[in-house]
Design a protein around this ligand. Structure first.
Ligand SMILES: *[C@@H]1O[C@H](CO)[C@@H](O)[C@H](O)[C@H]1NC(C)=O
Length: 451
């Protein structure tokens, strides 16, 4: 191990252990280590799991449980409803950590969306009722989700396809949109980050800080340099402070899993509060996936995931296995599709687009009170990636929900604002008219970048 990677590992481990300690103290202070989970509570949890996952019932009125056997053999669970006729526009929803399809239940149930579109909410690999991979590598996850989307689109005669994503789903979406964005009419990306932009921001901050520090070494009385170095690192440091929980997930696996499982899933219950979900049992049922009673008909992985440690491993693999920046080795069918789209659009290769630019219009939403993602680190410089894509109509946006945190699709009026963004995308309404529609539901919404 080189010195740099040794130092990096040491810093991550120390931060992770420190954070885990804070969480352990948090749990201890609530008494969750010592209070046994009552029979009644266990019963309520199983009941909630049955409501969400029982294959013999409708997951939501008018919706059905479905499975997709991917070419790689991984079986994905999804729920489907709305207008499923071939000519209707398609909307595909991708959830984040620690959720499943259910996190979208409000949008799936909104009459205006249901009447106009074919709605599909899929469980990401390793989550909900879907199979997992031994590793959540970029190639495994992105290929699997891309093949799912391609297969759903092939069943349609309508060209309209909108991708709506949250958290890890948004990171997946931000990785897909620069590669196979030609498949989408628009991506609506909630509470996530765009990895190439975040990395560019991090590199810019660290290299400018280290330049100032090197200058300082030669001018040791110029303390202003230290201050400037600190200033330029600030967005990065604030982001690190905000996502310190993630450092726990990078610790050796037995320790990393502790955060997920300890104190009767104290961390998940904390996230339930942050999400403003009204019902803890339902939130947990969504995060857990099917119980043993519902497991029949689901992939075999569901039985293995009855073990809380196995379940935790599958979920936190998204943090551990380099999904956000690892190389995506695309299978042949996807390479062909990309090549074809370049021929069809008359792409000559001369048109310089920044690496990571979106190939479809995007609507990116963040909550000003999001504890996971901070604007200066995640979105400073976003304009450069919002080059109007060839052969696509529609502008791209960065939108701030000032009163909201990390789950913008759950509390009111954020959820209605998200509905309005989805409806506008369906109706092909853009620009001022779209903004008026959103402001009619939620006048606080700020349109910050438009391109
Ligand atoms: C993640 O993937 C990138 C791109 O392939 C690589 O440069 C980097 O070293 C990987 N990081 C880890 C921790 O494996």
């Amino acid at each position: 191990m080189g010195l740099v990677s040794f130092v990096k590992t040491a810093v991550i481990t120390v931060t992770g252990l420190f954070s885990l300690n804070l969480f352990v103290l948090g749990v201890a202070s609530t008494g969750a280590f010592f209070i046994p989970v009552g029979k009644k509570k266990k019963q309520a949890r199983l009941q909630a799991q049955s409501e969400l996952w029982d294959l013999s019932t409708q997951p939501l009125p008018g919706f059905h449980h479905k499975f997709f056997e991917a070419p790689d053999g991984v079986n994905l669970h999804y729920v489907e409803g709305g207008d499923t006729s071939p000519g209707s526009p398609l909307i595909i929803f991708l959830h984040g950590f620690p959720d499943s399809w259910f996190v979208w239940h409000h949008q799936l149930s909104a009459p205006a969306i249901q009447q106009k579109a074919h709605l599909i909410a899929v469980d990401l690999p390793g989550h909900g009722g879907s199979d997992g991979f031994p590793r959540a590598s970029a190639t495994a996850i992105l290929t699997s989700v891309a093949n799912f989307i391609i297969a759903q689109k092939e069943k349609k005669t309508s060209e309209t396809c909108i991708l709506v994503s949250h958290d890890w789903g948004s990171i997946v979406c931000c990785r897909l949109a620069p590669e196979i964005g030609f498949l989408f009419t628009r991506c609506i990306i909630l509470n996530g980050l765009h990895p190439p932009l975040a990395i560019a921001n991090m590199n810019r901050a660290t290299s400018s800080a280290s330049r100032m520090l090197r200058t300082y070494v030669r001018n040791p009385t110029n303390f202003a340099l230290i201050r400037s170095a600190f200033q330029s690192l600030k967005p990065f440091l604030n982001q690190m402070k905000a996502s310190y929980y993630a450092s726990v997930f990078l610790l050796p696996l037995p320790l990393a899993r502790t955060l997920y499982t300890m104190g009767d899933f104290w961390f998940l219950r904390l996230l339930c509060k942050l999400s403003k979900s009204p019902n803890e049992e339902i939130f947990l049922a969504s995060a857990f996936g099917p119980s043993k009673s519902e497991a029949e008909g689901y992939p075999a992985a569901i039985l293995a995931r009855q073990n809380a440690n196995k379940r935790a491993s599958d979920r936190i693999a998204y943090y551990r296995d380099n999904l956000s920046v690892g190389t995506w080795r695309k299978p042949e069918n996807i390479q062909l599709l990309i090549a074809e789209s370049q021929t069809n659009s008359g792409f000559t290769g001369l048109l310089e687009q920044k690496e990571g630019s979106f190939k479809c219009p995007v609507t990116i939403v963040y909550g000003a009170k999001d504890t996971a993602f901070h604007r200066p680190f995640c979105f400073e410089g976003l304009e450069e990636y919002l080059v109007p894509p060839k052969g696509k109509t529609g502008k791209s946006y960065l939108i701030c929900f000032p009163r909201d945190g990390h789950w913008t699709m759950i509390p009111s009026p954020a959820k209605e604002s998200v509905d309005t963004l989805i409806e506008s995308a369906l109706d092909g309404i853009d620009g001022e008219e779209m903004k008026e529609r959103v402001w009619a539901v939620n006048k606080d919404v700020k349109f910050e970048i438009e391109n």
